[in-house]
Design a protein around this ligand. Sequence first.
Ligand code: 4NP
Length: 154
Amino acid sequence: MKIKILMVCLGNICRSPLAEGILQSKLDPSKFSVSSSGTSNYHIGNKPDLRSIEVAKKYGIDITSQKAAQFKSSDFNTYDHIYAMDNSNLQNIINIAPNNKDKNKVQLILNELYPNENLDIPDPYYGGDKGFEDVFQMLDKACDVITSKLNSTD
Ligand code: 4NP
């Protein structure tokens, strides 16, 4: 059975599509599957934001086939690890967790890089391209840590 990882932000068009693409690029697809969703319904069915598509492409990652989906409580049955991009996403996910075992699947992604600091991946939606570059770099570093952990426990 593959280990399943879900990346979650608000709209599922900026941050979590990048997190999905970056982590997927680092893991063996025969052992792991990575997906993403958003806590809101704002962009269901949409492609990632063009600025996310462009920064991913710059680093050799194609996220153009992704389509935004909304996080739902049944996702707790599907996924082994759920990473929230910010504290607001984290609260919204935890609020619909059926039980403590499911709550324990959820972590802030930057806590992998900076344990216990509870830092957010800032929402780049209303900013410029630099915000997307910064988000990419933060996610790339966090995904390196996640990759090492996942590869040492399987
Ligand atoms: P994301 O960014 O959560 O990283 O996908 C956002 C995208 C859209 C909106 C907010 C954040 N919005 O309000 O439409």
